[in-house]
Structure formats: C-alpha cells, structure tokens
Design a protein around this ligand. Structure first.
Ligand code: SAH
Ligand code: SF4
Ligand code: F3S
Length: 434
C-alpha cells in the first residue's frame, strides 16, 4: 500500500486542485498519512505569488531531502502547481535526489497516469511543464469539511496586472463548460455538500456559449439544489450591476463579495494595469451595498513601486470611507519577469512594511466597528467544526460570510441553523443558537 502526504500552499485554486487530487490518489488505492515521515510520496502543491511563499516551499524540499539522507526514509516528492510551472526545471535538477516528478499547472488529465507511475519505486524525474490545454478536474469536497466544496469554473488570467505572476504560471483564461459545472455540483449535492464556492481568477469574465457569469450563477442557484453558493474572485472592472441583482434575487447565494481594490490612487492603479479608476470602483461598491446585510472584503498592496506617501494616504482614506469587513493586505513583492519589478523607484523594505503596518492598524479598528454593528443580528450559519480552544464551542460562517463562535455540540457540524449575534470576539463574533 503506497502512503501519500499532501501539503498545499497558495490560493483556493490550489486547495481545490488538492481536494481533487486527493480523491484521485484514493481511486488508485493509495492511503493518506498525517505525518510526512510516514509517507512514500509527498505531494507539494506550490505557490509563486510572493517570494516568501517560494522560500518556504524550497525549505520543504530541504526537509524531505533530510528525511532521506538522515532518517532512512524513501520518500519521493511530487512538485506541483504554480512554482513548479515557474521554476520547475531548476528545482527538478537541484533536488533530483528527492523529486520524483515536476508537474506544472497544466496537464491535469495526465495526473492519473503520473500517480500510476509512482507505484514503481524506481520511477524518477517525470516532467510536465508544457503550457498545453488545461483540463478541469472533477471537484471533490474539502478534506475535513465534507459538506463544503470548491468548484472551478475557469482557469488562468488575461488581466496582466503588472505586479502579478499568475498570468505567467496559469496562462490564458479557459472556461469550464456550464453543463459540466452543473453536473459536478448536482452530484456534490447528492453526496451531502451544502456549500459551493465557485472559483476563477476573475469569475466575471466567464463565458460559455452566450452564458455569462451572472447567468451561470443564476442557473446553478436554481437547478442544482445547492443550499449555499458563493464565488471568488471578482475583478472590479468586470463586476456588473446584473451580478449584484442575481445575488439579491437568490436566498441560497451568500451575501458576501470579495472585490480587490489593490490601491485607491488612480496613478498607481494605472501603473498596476488594473483598468479601473477609484471612482469606478466606488460605483461598484455602491451597487454591492444595495444587497441587504452584505459584507465586503478586499485585497490591498502597499509600497507599490514609486508610490508616494500621499498616494498611500489615498488608500488609507478609502479604507476608512468604504469600511471593508475584511482585508487581505500585503507589501509589494517584486516577481521576476513581471513589468512592475522594473518600475523605478522600487521602495525599500522598511517603507513597504511601515505602510503595511499602518494599514493593518487602521483596518483592525474598522473591522472591530463593523463586527460590533452586527450585535443582535439574526442570520443562518453553517456549523463547521469544534473550535480548537474550546471543544464545547462550534465555529461557523454566517449567510453573509462572518465567522461566528457559539456553544454547541460537535454533532451539529454540517448543519445550517439560525443564530443571534451576541458580541464581537477577536476576528469573529460570538453567537447563540436560536
Ligand atoms: N485573481 C485575484 C487575485 C489573485 S492573487 C484577483 O485579481 O483579485 C491574490 C492577491 O495577492 C492579489 O489580489 C494581490 O493583492 C496580491 N498580490 C499578487 N501579486 C502580488 C505581489 N507581487 N506582491 C504583493 N501582493 C501581491
Ligand atoms: Fe493577478 Fe490581476 Fe489576474 Fe488577479 S486579475 S490573477 S491580480 S493578473
Ligand atoms: Fe499562488 Fe498560483 Fe494561487 S501563484 S496564489 S497558487 S494561482
């Protein structure tokens, strides 16, 4: 029996591919182990979005090499995903003693064959890095939360934001056929899945024989029987009023939208090649805010090349005005080969981190205020799992995407229940089951 271990890095796209991969391993009779030293095969599904991610992943290769050299392990690594696509040749050669296969972001159809070939302990150094057509894998439920699943609807990105490596490692956009998406979700529902998150780098550019993203969302919401439906990520330039209307019209679509702003300064947005102005972004926010009880999250980059103190101030002011419920904030990280990495002047690490710290402290206050505003609010929650700190407490997500903690038995995990919000608690809310 071949034992495998998977480690996953990066965004939900990678998590989704990891969930699918795990089920293909099971189909091939492999068994999953919880500790890397017990594994015959270690899959690392990698990310290249920031240098810190790549450094950490390279450290893991050193770890597996150590297991072989010092602990007598025979573990072989399958190096997959975005960093494999980006630096696969170099990594495969540098770690040829431990890496059995380097598998980029394409050729998912070849994965089953790859897995089969791993049964032969002598098989080494398989490479698949050609940027050929992408094949969508069937989506499987999450590893621990079997009632939730990611479902990919598109792959790749055509936007070429000047700082971003994704278009280089994931290639141009391709869209999964709507019939296939609907069949996949219907069978997930039959298997007990309650919540589906549709995934694409830019879901709003989805298109299949005249069906656009709002049309697809409307159809999935109506025909599949899914109880909770949401999606990631919307590019602000492509979010339409029609989309917000579809969200409003269906009770089973979660009332939460992720709309990455990146910067609120028009000169910086232009340099980022985001293709919207701050005013256009604000207009989209006003449409979204017409959705009752909606929450909004965003992504921000601080210290983009040439960003002045005043330009950064525009972003701080925007955060105070818009009041996002959640923000994912990063300091700018030059990625080799992307246009922004050669814009001058590049800011020093101290300035980038200082701006990030300032932004985080502003956002923390905003988040506390937003959370406090939900006191007394009644909503439904999908109960997920017992909290680590207190096994008598459950963690769940509300119908508008907020994290809540409430007293309750672990047998309630996987149930949708009505709750009342009691008070803020850290980055979430305390609630009681009604
Ligand atoms: N497709 C999604 C985002 C994918 S990457 C979208 O367009 O919204 C997730 C986030 O990582 C981005 O929104 C951006 O804020 C951040 N990011 C991407 N490249 C980065 C870089 N070079 N440095 C810092 N942050 C970056
Ligand atoms: Fe990267 Fe921009 Fe595409 Fe998002 S939309 S993946 S930030 S290039
Ligand atoms: Fe990382 Fe690739 Fe996602 S670079 S953020 S895993 S698309």
């Amino acid at each position: 029996m071949i034992k495998f271990f998977i480690e996953n890095y990066g965004c939900q796209m990678n998590s989704s591919e990891t969930d699918s991969l795990r089920s293909i391993f099971f189909d091939h009779g492999f068994i999953e182990v919880a500790d890397p030293p017990l594994a015959d095969i270690a899959v690392i599904n990698t990310c290249s979005i920031r240098k810190t991610a790549e450094d950490r992943i390279e450290g893991r290769l050193g770890y597996y090499r150590g297991l072989r050299d010092k602990k007598g392990s025979k573990v072989r690594v399958v190096f997959m995903g975005c960093m494999a696509q980006n630096r696969g040749k170099e990594i495969g050669e540098k770690y040829s003693d431990v890496v059995a296969a380097v598998w980029g972001t394409y050729n998912k159809g070849g994965v089953a064959e790859l897995i089969d070939s791993l049964k032969d302990p002598g098989n080494n150094n398989a490479f698949s890095l050609a940027q050929e057509s992408y094949e969508f894998m069937n989506s499987s439920p999450r590893e621990r939360l079997k009632f939730k699943s990611f479902v990919q609807i598109s792959h790749g990105c055509n936007n070429f934001c000047s700082y971003c490596i994704v278009p280089m490692v994931r290639g141009r956009e391709v869209y999964r056929k709507s019939g296939e998406i609907i069949d996949n979700i219907s069978s997930l529902v039959d298997g007990g899945v309650l919540e589906v998150t549709l995934l694409g780098q830019n879901v709003n550019s989805y298109s299949d024989s005249g069906l656009d993203f709002p049309g697809l969302l409307d159809k999935i919401s109506t025909v599949t029987g899914i109880k909770r439906l949401t999606f990631l990520t919307s590019h602000p330039k492509d979010l339409s009023k029609n989309l917000t209307e579809v969200i409003r019209a269906h009770d089973n679509i979660l009332k939460t939208v992720h709309l990455p702003l990146q910067s609120a300064n028009d000169r910086i947005l232009k340099l980022m090649n985001r293709k919207y102005t701050f005013d256009q972004y604000l207009e989209k926010i006003s449409w979204i805010k017409e959705i009752k009880d909606v929450t909004i999250s965003t992504d921000i980059i601080t210290g983009f090349p040439s960003e002045s103190g005043e330009e950064f101030q525009d972003t701080l002011d925007a955060m105070k005005n818009i009041m996002f419920d959640e923000a994912f904030m990063y300091y700018y990280n030059p990625r080799p080969g992307t246009p922004a990495s050669s814009i001058t002047p590049q800011l020093g690490m101290a300035a980038k981190k200082h701006r990030l710290a300032e932004l985080i402290s502003v956002q923390q206050k905003i988040m506390s205020e937003r959370l406090a505003s939900f006191t007394g609010f009644r909503t439904s929650v999908l109960m997920e799992s017992p909290s680590r700190k207190d096994p008598g407490e459950l963690i769940g997500r509300t119908h508008n995407g907020l994290m809540v903690f409430m007293k309750g038995d672990k047998s309630l995990a996987g149930k949708i229940m009505n709750v009342e919000i009691l008070k803020p608690s850290g980055t979430g809310l305390k609630a009681k089951i009604l």
